[in-house]
Design a protein around this ligand. Sequence first.
Ligand code: GDP
Ligand code: GDP
Length: 435
Amino acid sequence: MPLPIVAIVGQPNVGKSTLFNRIINERVAIVEDRPGVTRDRNYARASWMGHQFSIIDTGGITWEDSTIDEEIRAQAEIAIEEADVIVMLCDASQQVTSLDERIARLLYRADKPVLLAVNKADNPEQRNDIYDFYSLGLGDPIPVSGAHGTGIGDLLDEVVKNFPADAEKTEEGVISFSVIGRPNVGKSSIVNRLLGEDRVIVANEEGTTRDAIDTPFVKDGVKYRVVDTAGIRRRGKVYEKTEKYSVMRAMSAMERSDVAILVLDASTGIREQDKHVAGYAHEAGLGMIIAVNKWDLPKKDSSSGKDFEAVIREEFSYLDYAPIVFVSAKTGKNIDQLPKMVKEVYENKNQRIQSSVLNDLLLEASRLVPAPMVKGKRLRVYYMTQVKTNPPTFVVFCNDPELMHFSYQRFLINQLRENFDFTGTPIKILPRKRK
Ligand code: GDP
Ligand code: GDP
């Protein structure tokens, strides 16, 4: 489901990150509950009045050795290309600055709604003293105070009013997938191979519309959608070289995908940045396929497929469910396998297992391995049922959820994988106390 994207743009110190944090407030508190997860604070999901959306704080994306002018230009570019609605933020305590004017001029190019918010309007007097901002030519300024939390509701009302009509609709019968990975592993080459060069060039010329970003294609009668094709193919711009940006971009693409193809580069081996991207994809609960690209080249340590596979399994132990395929975008090797694999993973991720079958499995499992004793108490497992697909989620009723440690959950997940084909999809277990 494509979530609408909102970007906040503005010169330094106007209060972008304060406003961002206000808008995502609740969400962050929940997300940070989970241990061991690094969060990119420039990109998050938020909701207002039942509308879900993603929000980007473009000011948080920084890179070394660039002037304020370059930063502002890059911010505006990101907003123009990524967002459905742009919020330009100014500072009521400063009135209109020349940087404000420059940003506004950049945003005139955007063929999407730009809202003008004036921050630090902390009291009624300041709220009334914002008429200067009309001179920016971006319509009515909306007074807000990120610090006090006032005016945010009015701003968000305007934001959701401007979402594109089709942005929140799900699309039936189309399998969407993203191709993710650090720069230069061969993502665009793979996508070009998949789509055929001509078709991508066409998509590229269409420019910045959503349709051009996500490219549909049909293979063997199945409808697919490659998410963020434009972003995969663009390169060379300053901001795209920053890791923060590429991670944010990947997260945004993953939000709109059922399945992700994580691309690794056989000629360089696995790097730290590969692990960051993989971690995010795993966290997002996506179906996963690992594609080892450039298999035509001599390997870093002339390793065989088996060796490389072993290294991947070790480095990405949490992705043990992801199938691995060795490909070459250059020669075309195994590229035509990818859509089929995406479809299989998608189906596995959406399958539903009957409760009766699950309980046979549970019985068999407890014969195999008796439920463990924890601090003198024995775990008793009564009943298991699938409450959700995509990804498959199972509630397991027991005498005391505290007794169901990770290792036992792991054991149940392995039993599920042995008995059903859940290749490529994460599985979630939710222990519950039987009432
Ligand atoms: P950014 O650089 O645009 O992300 O700005 P920050 O969110 O870091 O805020 C810059 C400074 O402005 C900080 O000292 C904030 O505490 C302050 N600030 C942010 N919002 C408000 C506001 O609504 N009112 C006032 N008075 N100060 C604010
Ligand atoms: P991206 O940044 O992940 O999109 O990577 P690109 O698709 O731009 O590829 C980066 C570089 O690797 C380019 O020079 C490609 O020509 C090269 N490349 C991509 N795939 C392959 C491959 O399968 N084999 C070889 N030998 N080179 C490749």
